[in-house]
Design a protein around this ligand. Structure first.
Ligand code: ZN
Length: 338
């Protein structure tokens, strides 16, 4: 594990490409408790007396930029349809709300960089959430390459914050690997216990075939596992569900269940004031792996509950136990968001 990630609770502030090695990324992380920044670069790691580097300096400037001045009213309609936003939405289809992209060029030390900031105004409300990737202009980047890295890094950071706000602080811990390029051995050769990195989840633009032997089902499972983290992923496997608390309707809990065989999607069990009252059938799109569908519904409810429910009508609303007799023994407890 990189030293900067040892123990603690971190937020990915931005990802910065190495100026000397293409597609090698430094993650600037903020300790959520102390606010202290860390970086993967050797300057930060070996300079024990002065925990700064040019990357944390940039992050400090970025964090000082007041987000409060950004009003949703300023979001232009065109932002919704840029290729970069489309790439983030393809990688994280559950994220719902209004999108905005900001780009600027600036130097880090001697090197020119292109900063791409993605901002989501969640459909569920609350402060806008940003993710940032900085590309070293000394390297050549195709549009597809840019889009896949923005989706991977900025999208991941935004999805992580959405999960955290929804009561899942263990989800969305920053990915450990900071080399995006696929590694030599395939995931199957490495075995299921091998660490999953960002290269194992990217699926946009030029990343359709990574040459790593991953099938879409495996990539979807990796994405779910990487994003939830081992603790939450194991909890899901053992209890078979995760509970998402409604923002719109006090007292309502959505119980998102997983088929143990990971083949079919399960209906969402809906609890009102602790009572199991409905099954919602939220159908997955064709050819979408079950793990993708699970993560999508999870992030949808956490980011934009209204949009998720807009597809639920009388014909896909059922009585309790409509797709399985499993009894409910675990209370579904609602609480207001912090
Ligand atoms: Zn650094």
């Amino acid at each position: 594990m990189p030293r900067s990630l040892a123990r603690g609770d971190y937020r990915l502030v931005l990802a910065i490409e190495s100026a000397s090695r293409a597609d090698v990324w430094y993650r600037v992380l903020a300790d959520r408790q102390s606010g202290a920044l860390s970086c993967d670069c050797s300057v930060w790691i070996f300079n024990q007396n002065n925990r700064t580097c040019q990357h944390t300096d940039v992050a400090t400037l970025l964090l000082q930029t007041p987000q409060a001045r950004v009003q949703r009213a300023t979001v232009s309609q065109t932002s919704q349809t840029t290729p970069l936003v489309a790439a983030v939405q393809e990688q994280w289809p559950g994220l719902g709300g209004a999108w905005e992209i900001e780009e600027r060029q600036s130097r880090i030390g001697q090197h020119p960089y292109r900063f791409i900031l993605v901002r989501l105004f969640p459909g569920n409300g609350g402060e806008p959430i940003t993710g940032v990737a900085a590309f070293a202009l000394t390297h050549q980047h195709t549009d597809a390459h840019l889009a896949s890295r923005v989706a991977g890094w900025a999208g991941y950071a935004i999805a992580a914050e959405i999960a955290r706000r929804g009561g899942f602080p263990l989800a969305g811990q920053p990915p450990e690997h900071f080399r995006v390029a696929p590694r030599q051995s395939s995931a199957r050769q490495r075995g299921p216990a091998a660490r999953i990195g960002l290269s194992d989840i990217l699926r946009v633009g030029d990343q359709v075939d990574l040459g790593d032997g991953l099938r879409p089902v495996e990539r979807a499972e990796n994405t779910l596992r990487l994003f939830l983290g081992e603790t939450l992923y194991t909890q899901l496997a053992q209890q078979g569900f995760l509970d998402v608390l409604s923002v719109q309707t006090p007292g309502r809990v959505y119980r998102l269940r997983r088929d143990p065989s990971h083949l079919r999607e399960r209906r969402v069990r809906v609890f009102e004031q602790g009572c199991y009252v409905h099954d919602y059938c939220i159908v997955r799109g064709q050819d979408v792996p079950e793990a993708d569908h699970f993560l999508t519904v999870f992030l949808q409810l956490l980011s934009d509950e209204e949009r998720t429910l807009s597809v639920v009508r009388a014909h896909n609303m059922f009585g309790p136990h409509s797709d399985g007799p499993e009894p409910e023994r675990t209370p579904a407890v609602w609480a207001a968001r912090a």
